[in-house]
Design a protein around this ligand. Sequence first.
Ligand code: GLC
Length: 725
Amino acid sequence: MMTLNYNNPDLSTEERVSSLLSLMSLEEKIGQLCQSPMLEYDSKKQEYLSQVRSGLVGSRILADTAWAGNAPGETVDPEQINEIQRVAVEQSRLGIPVIFARDVIYGQSTVLPIPLAQSCSWNASLVTDAYRDVALEASSLGINWTFAPMMDVVRDPRWGRVIESFGEDPLLNGAMAAAVVKGFQGDDLASPGSLVSCAKHFVGYGASESGCDYDTTEISENTLANVYLPPFKAAINAGVKTFMSGFNDLGGTPVTSSKDLINGWLKKDHGFDGFVVSDWGSISDLHHFRVARDEVHAAAMALDAGVDMAMTSEAYQDHLHTALEAGLVTIQQIDDAVSRVLTVKFEAGLFEHPYVDAEKAQLCQRAPEHTNRAKELAQQSMVLLKNRDNLLPLVQNETKVAVVGPHAHTQRQHLGSWCLDGKSDDVVSIYQGIKDLIGEQNVLTEYSALTDEWVESAHRADVVVLCVGESHRSSGEARNIAELKLPSGQEEAIEAIANTGKPFVVVQCGGRPMPSQAISRHADAHLMAWQCGTETGAAVADLLFGRACPSGKLTMTFPKSTGQIPIYYNKKPLGKMRDFADYRGYKDVDRAPLYPFGYGLSYAKFRYSDVELMSVADGKVKIGFTLSNLSPIKATEICQLYFSRAYSSCTRPEKELIGFERVDIEACSSRHVEFEVDIDGLGYFETIADYVNPKSAVTFLVGPNSDDLLPLECTSSQLYQTEVN
Ligand code: GLC
């Protein structure tokens, strides 16, 4: 058969892949399935480059530790990337480019809010635009592939990795994940400003038992199908080109060896045509889990399940040959994996533009439009939880403000734990942001870590901004906490400021929902500032002084106490005691959260009214209502639509989010708002393969959050236009 020239960009990707595959040796094929970290690059350069020259390194992960940003790892060096790439392209036999990967989770030089914060904006289009900026900055440095978005549904804030998630709701997680994929991959994956993105961690990792990272996950098929898989479906629909299999054991099967989920649900049933990479060492873990007799069987199980590339390559590099010789895998399986990897490399344009322009790279880092967008997203990600007697917004110029507390001057913390390349010095601290806005003459502060110094400062001010919360070291991978409580000493610090009698705002920073008795009891106002990236301080100042109006709404329930966990809004109906009003769930605390999913205040007061069924036609139902802004300021309200079925063939949540919209509304005005819903979307999975939507009456619910809703009953005949008994 004539061998087509795979370097000819005029050929189809399929032709180029098959042409190249037909020329590859077994070693070169297995090499494409290996992603290696490079520890001590300089000292081991020659050894490493000779592996690249032999075609044994299909990918390189720009990380030298598996600690997910928790330890300062190696930086990105465009010259080093070019050096490696030149050997691959110009000195190896077939010239296949290496694909360079890095965890660009929520920022490069410009660092966005952590994903859990971003999701509180409910603003998918802004997230897409912000990630476009990140993709430009990262790809210009030579990074081709990133391991994001993470779309693990989370219900347990003890788990450190909630920072990377988009919260507890499948629909919102999916919408945000799709937004990130579109931002990273753009309209043209081959364009130099795009990054190959990665849907992770497939699947169920967020359900790690006891909130303990890497622990087992017990998820029923029904819950897997209705809660944990839908965000991954959304990512496939958005065109994500890679998936990452997780660390977790799922009901007896480690997901990295799950043929049903990877080759079955993902590749066969949902037509995923990209490739799957393992998580760091998750193939070797199969031997550790004792479901693989040895490392060779572990490699064979993973490839057989559909894992195409091994992150930290020892699993495939060292054992796939043996597995093939032993008949544990077939050359067809290897060829399929290699074809998937090569397809993504061709589609990413690596054969056409394998090198990076180091000079040009610096030009786009932290471009003003990037930092402006990061600030806008930070403003929309922060959530106003309390504002007693409308203390906020503070009045500029007439107010002497004391900015104190453990997070008044911090910078690194606002970058969150999963930040490899952001620089602490680039972060605008809360103090700096307020000072820049209202002038040094109006701001008091104390650099001291001593509460009595803060108190002294408070006494001299008209109002206090007390900045508390966790460090970035308390959340992120392998950083779980057993008790939801502020770092020691902070409850007392809040009490001490309260005892001054001064009006005070608490700005809470951190990577997870975190209740505080002292804040609930004493603070006049409470802003959840999360870890909002390089523009944190500027965004806090704009919100506190009314240059921006808070609009953020929680995407993860705030528990009252650790004992309530798992706690989330879309719970199934309660059994027996539900009708006894004094049944509280616990003797010591009721079942209600501190703040529910979807909750967040504005400086404007809104009213929802006149909910009505507008139309049912062409398989869609339209629900309309009136939103009124009762305040003399323009504002944005995140309107939410939930639904509840009267009948289902299996238990379903009492309410499920099915629509949301950010609605801008003028001062003292009303406007009609409509949601259009696919009636088919009211269904659910009975099993992983069976999606059903039995005819049923449905109650739609609109409102500002999952607890404060106006109902609209719809009979099944209205919805289905046929009578059902
Ligand atoms: C880590 C994480 C994963 C990350 C990968 C590479 O252990 O689980 O999310 O992308 O390894 O750093």
